[in-house]
Structures are given as C-alpha cells and as structure tokens.
Design a protein around this ligand. Structure first.
Ligand SMILES: [Zn+2]
Length: 424
C-alpha cells in the first residue's frame, strides 16, 4: 500500500517547513489549564450562590420559628378565652334563671295582694279599686296603693324586697351580657389573628421548601463542577507525566547519539590508523534519518485508505480556517472500525480530552510516539505494552470532531512530525 508520491512528499516537506508544528501535548495542556481556570471560577460562583441560598434559608427558618411562637401564643390565648366565654355563658344562664324565678315570685305576691285587697274592699269605693287594679306597673301600683290604702308592713316589705331583687338580678344579667359580648369580640379578633398567622406560616413553609430545593440543586451543580475539575486535574497530571517521560526519552536518545558518535569517531580513528584495511560501511543514509522508529509503521486504520485532511494543511471547520496547521492525517472510516498500533511500544496516554476525544499515545522509544484521536472506544490502558498490529481502539467522532475518523499523528521528542515519513 503506497500512500504517497515523490511529488506529494516534496509538497509535504514544503508545507512542513512553512507551518511550524506545535506539540499536541503542549496544546492539550494549555486547553486543560484554561478549562481548569474556568471550572475554578465556576466553582467559586457556585459556592457563593450556595452560601447566599443557605443564608436566606436560615433567615426564613428564623422567621418561621418566630411565627410559630406567635401562633402558639395566640392559640393559647384563644383557648383561655373560649374557656372564659363558656363560664360566662353558664353565669348568664344561671342569672337568667334567677331573674325568671324572682319575677315569678313577685308576680304571685302581687296576685295574692290583689286578691286580698279585692276581698277586703269589695263592698267599698269600687271606683278607686278599678283605678288601682288598672295600674300596669308594679311601681305605679305600689305608689297608688300606699296613697289610697294602708297595707301591712309585712306585705309592703315583701313587695319591696322582690322588686329590689328583680332589679339587682336584671342589672347583674346586663353586666354579664356586656362582658360576654366583649369577650366574644376579643375572640373574633384573636381568631382573625390566628387565621392570619396560619396563612403566614403556610407561606413561609412554602418559601422554606423552595429554598431547600434551590440549595439541593445548587449543591448538585457544585458537585458536578467539582467532578469536572477533578477530571481536568487528572488530565493535566497525565499530560505533564507524558511530557516528562518524553523529555527523559529525548535526553536518553541524545546521550545514546552522543555515545554512538564518540564510538564512530573512535572507530574512524582506528580505521585511519589501520590504513591498509578497506571496509565497506553497511549502514545506509536512509536508516540514519529514521530516527529511532525501529522500522516502518503499519497503516493504523486497515479498513480505510482515504485521507480527508492531510498533514500540514489548515483545517476549515464551519467556514473558519484553523490558526494552526494540521498536525496529523485524518482517515475517515466507519464508526467502530479497528485502529491498530502502528508500531510496538508502551501506551503512555489512553484517556479522554475535550479536544482529542478518546485518545491514545504509544511511546516507541527514542522520543518517537504515535498518536490516535477521536476513538469511540479504547481497548488499551496507560502503562500497557502493545505489539505492532494490535487492535487498540475503535474509530469514532469523540472530542472536537465532525464525523467518524481517525486522526493519526507522529511526534518526535514532543513535537509533531510528518507521519508519512514513518508510514509504508
Ligand atoms: Zn485531524
């Protein structure tokens, strides 16, 4: 499977030299740091919001407590008043009975007196008797009878007593009725206050429930932001670790190259000394340029050979041209298609990021890495060793991607290089 022509390679090299490549890891790190900053701001806002909500909840609780106390007080007063009213009612009933009895007594005394007077004076002064007997009030009668007749002291006293008693009882009843009316008015007033308080308590109770609901919602939001922040911090740590690992590999490679150069120099010096022996050098210049790849890469997506965006081109997404050049090649393929390891090595990144989606980086030693992005599924995990050709992931469109494809990149010492240099 020959993927490129000489002409294409030349154009690639030109593009490669025009657009500076950027480390995907550094970009990923920048993105993650920015995301972290935003999430921290969001978290602060959430915490502030939650604090305000809790403050207003405790205020509502205070008000509710106050209202409850008032309601208890008013209800107690009302209960006392109802007891008082009941007693007063009984008092009034008793007084009414007393009054009724007194009036009856007075009437019967009056009737008896009338009979006796009638009997005594039947044969005399009929005209005076008629006048007297026509009196409609007891007081009027008593005045007249005192004037016209001489009645016994006993009768006089008895009538006065009953009359006085009837007046007293009547006054007592009036007073009780007045007291009852006053207590009744107070009861109405307090009942109205109780109703008002009850409706205020119900209102506050509703506000309390709403506040609790808002708090629960804000807490859920906050914990969600916290989770996102934790995940972002994890990503940052992983990228930093990967960068450190690459740096260490780069240094080791530099050291190895330095030692090799020393040995070569030593060998050449020896060869120069041994001028009589002429040896053919077996190493080809091509191998020297293949910096530590350990061989030619396999095509990473066996089911598709199409390229939708090549290395070095600027991507146009939604009509906007990307500010950086494309640091890999995009291979469109059906969702779920196999992604294979282009070369044996150790998986140093296998995780999710907002831009790369589910992505994998395999370190092949000597600072050389292969990168696979936007997978729907990852079949390997960080730290795992993989063999060339192993299925490591499934094609997908996770992260910032507009369709199912594999973004395949190659990095050397942390900087992206042209993948075509390593592919068959
Ligand atoms: Zn791409």
């Amino acid at each position: 499977m020959k993927r490129f022509s000489i002409k294409k390679v030349i154009s690639m090299i030109l593009i490669f030299s025009i657009f500076s490549t950027q480390s995907s890891f550094a970009t990923e790190l920048d993105d993650a740091m920015e995301q972290k900053e935003n999430l921290e701001k969001e978290l602060n806002n959430s915490e502030e919001k939650l604090e305000n909500l809790k403050e207003s909840e405790s205020q509502i609780n205070g008000e509710l407590e106050n209202l409850d106390t008032q309601l208890t007080e008013v209800s107690g007063k009302l209960e006392n008043l109802e007891g008082e009213l009941k007693l007063k009612q009984e008092d009034i009933q008793r007084t009414s009975d007393e009054l009724e009895y007194t009036k009856k007594q007075l009437k019967s005394e009056y009737e008896m007196m009338k009979k006796r007077i009638k009997f005594t004076y039947e044969n005399n002064s009929m005209s005076i008797l008629t006048v007297l007997l026509e009196s409609d009030s007891i007081a009027g009668f008593l005045n007249k009878i005192t004037y016209f007749l001489k009645i016994s002291d006993y009768e006089q006293r008895k009538m006065d007593e009953y009359n006085k008693l009837a007046n007293e009882v009547s006054q007592k009843k009036e007073k009780l009725q007045k007291e009852y009316d006053e207590a009744s008015a107070l009861k109405n007033e307090i009942t109205a206050r109780q109703e008002e308080l009850t409706s205020l308590v119900a209102e506050k109770q509703k506000a309390k429930e709403a506040a609790a609901e808002s708090i629960a919602k804000a807490e859920e939001e906050e914990s969600h932001v916290q989770e996102e922040l934790d995940a972002t911090n994890e990503t940052i740590t992983a990228i930093k670790q990967a960068l450190a690992a690459m740096e260490a590999e780069r240094k080791a490679a530099e050291e190895a190259a330095r030692q090799k150069a020393q040995e070569e120099a030593k060998k050449q010096a020896e060869n120069a000394a041994n001028n009589d022996v002429s040896n053919d050098n077996n190493s080809s210049p091509e191998e020297n340029t293949n910096n530590g790849s350990g061989g030619v890469f396999l095509w990473p997506c066996p089911s598709s050979t199409r390229i939708s965006s090549d290395y070095g081109y600027r991507e146009i997404i939604d009509g906007v041209t990307s500010s950086t050049s494309h640091n890999g090649i995009d291979i469109p393929a059906a969702a779920g298609s196999n992604i294979i390891a282009a070369e044996s090595g150790k998986v140093i990144i296998a995780r999710y990021s907002n831009t790369a989606g589910n992505w994998i980086t395999i370190s092949h030693g000597n600072g050389l890495c292969s990168v696979y992005m936007h997978a729907s599924k990852l079949y390997v995990s960080e730290g795992q060793n993989v063999n060339k050709g192993d299925v490591i992931a499934a094609v997908g469109t996770t992260g910032s991607s507009t369709g199912n494809h594999l973004h395949f990149g190659v990095s050397l010492n942390g900087a992206y290089v042209n993948p075509w240099n390593y592919l068959r």
